[in-house]
Design a protein around this ligand. Sequence first.
Ligand SMILES: Cc1ncc(COP(=O)(O)OP(=O)(O)O)c(N)n1
Ligand SMILES: Cc1nc(C(=O)O)sc1CCOP(=O)(O)O
Ligand SMILES: [Mg+2]
Length: 207
Amino acid sequence: MKLRGLYAITDSQLLAGKFLAYVEAALDGGVTLLQYRDKSSDEARRLREAEKLRELCSRYKTQLIINDDAELAARLGVGVHLGQTDGPLTPARALLGSKAIIGSTCHSQIELAEQAAKEGASYVAFGRFFNSNTKPGAPAATVEMLAQARTRLQLPICVIGGITLENAEPLVAHGADLLAVVHGLFGADSTQEVTRRARAFNALLKI
Ligand SMILES: Cc1ncc(COP(=O)(O)OP(=O)(O)O)c(N)n1
Ligand SMILES: Cc1nc(C(=O)O)sc1CCOP(=O)(O)O
Ligand SMILES: [Mg+2]
């Protein structure tokens, strides 16, 4: 089955004090992939939180992805997202097995995506498309590059960086399959609003 839909990404600061409630609200609205992204070095907390997310994801039939850490993903039996400095894809694929979802950050470089495809990535991620509160310094990408990537790549294409309900539509029109969102989903005042946003992102993708 082709990966398509909302790709919700957690942020430990933004979700402090409401982590599981907001994640569950998003899952309730419909999430294709949920990424656990915690940039701290507190391994015990990361394991604990990732285990809770795995339980929640299994209830909602959503696939869990761990950011950066292939060993933690292997321990939990879930997928991983690797950036260009997070370790090579080929050993991660060997570690996680042929069925695991493995994503690769390709910034705005189609050549990196073609290489990732050869090395066994399940999807490739391009960004950032807009100003991002979560990662302001990420290199920029354009919709023209996205359209070109769509003609050259068979793999599902994920887009990321400052995506909101107001600006996502051109990305879908230019070939995005997965909308990866932190603030535009979780930067909401209530769980009800998170659920509403999740449904609305999926509607943009006709899911
Ligand atoms: C879906 C998705 N796309 C891109 C990234 C960014 O990965 P990376 O460049 O490794 O940066 P960090 O997220 O690790 O700071 C991502 N996490 N997810
Ligand atoms: C984690 C991450 N990676 C990016 C990239 O461009 O590679 S942008 C980004 C942050 C995404 O959060 P928000 O939806 O709040 O902008
Ligand atoms: Mg990374």
